[in-house]
Design a protein around this ligand. Structure first.
Ligand code: SAM
Length: 280
């Protein structure tokens, strides 16, 4: 079978499972990843992998395919303007809108290896110390990739990873170095965070709504109908007056009219409109 047809087959499979679209010009990347999977599964060639796929994509094969199809790039305090806006706008808004003692619930959708969730935990911990307000908070991190979620749950980072965005005083205060030279986040942070597997294309089964949802650098890989559908269901998971934040290169333009857009020192935040039409 022609290589192109095999690549098309896998590209379609990935799109149906994850919503991630491989443009033709990225097929070389898909080919590299399939070669990697073939090696990991001790399968001779992409052609043999395809024969196996025709019999059904299940178990480790499926997980590997989904893992390798995703881009897990992330870092601590990625786009610091966003964290400033959370500190200066989102938290004060939350305190104004919610009865005292309400738990601030945050969802880091597409949380990758957990740096975003940990950055939020550090930000709120510092805010609590500074203001003596002691806001109770919880952070849910979700991702499709089991391999990535395992890493997030371990909250264990290399020297290189902590050098990306994490201020040294926070590293010293919130992380411990283990004997393998890995930095492990303290339970003062991790006790506020839970990581779970969640495909954004699958129905959500969260028991409570969130005050803040970060959906950064994930919609960018989705086809237009998936973006609209994910946003519709994400909006339903936001509490009234809740805030949605996307990646710095992403926008809601043409995707949703359920938000008021505001900018704060270069960070864009989306405030859920009061009379959002709930999805049927
Ligand atoms: C580029 S990372 C972004 C991480 C973080 N939000 C940030 O901005 O630094 C994108 C993440 O989205 C996850 N992802 C891709 N498609 C997904 C889907 N359909 N459902 C859930 N997570 C998905 C990937 O596994 C990856 O970890």
């Amino acid at each position: 079978m022609q290589l192109e047809r095999i690549l098309l087959f896998f590209a379609k499979y990935i799109e149906s499972e994850l919503g991630i679209v491989y443009a033709d010009h990225n097929y070389f990347q898909l080919q590299n990843r399939l070669e990697e999977i073939a090696k990991l599964l001790s399968v001779e060639s992409i052609e043999k992998l395809f024969t196996q796929a025709e019999a059904g994509i299940t178990g480790p094969f499926k997980q590997l395919l989904l893992d390798l199809a995703t881009n897990n790039e992330t870092s601590f305090f990625r786009d610091p303007r966003v964290f400033k806006a959370i500190e200066n706008v989102v938290i004060p808004n939350f305190l104004q809108n919610e009865p005292q003692g309400t738990q601030l619930r945050i969802w880091s959708g597409a949380s990758s290896t957990g740096q975003e969730a940990l950055s939020l935990a550090m930000l709120i911990s510092e805010w609590n110390l500074k203001t003596l307000k002691n806001i109770p908070f919880s952070i849910l991190g979700t991702d499709i990739s089991e391999r990535i979620l395992l890493r997030a749950q371990k909250a264990d980072y290399s020297q290189l990873e902590v050098q990306r965005g994490l201020p040294t005083p926070y590293l010293v205060k919130y992380f411990q170095k283990n004997d393998q030279d890995r930095w492990i986040a303290n339970s003062t942070l991790t006790s506020h965070i839970q990581f779970k597997k969640q495909n954004l294309l699958a129905p959500f089964a969260f028991s409570q709504k969130f005050h803040l949802i970060l959906l950064r650098n994930v919609l960018i890989y989705q086809a237009l109908p998936s973006k609209i559908e994910i946003l519709r269901r994400v909006t339903d998971m936001l509490a009234p007056g809740g805030v949605l934040i996307l990646g710095s290169g992403e926008s809601l333009l043409g995707l949703s009219s359920d938000y008021h857009q505001t900018a704060h020192e270069g960070a864009v935040i989306y405030l859920k409109k009061e009379f959002h039409q709930s999805a049927a």
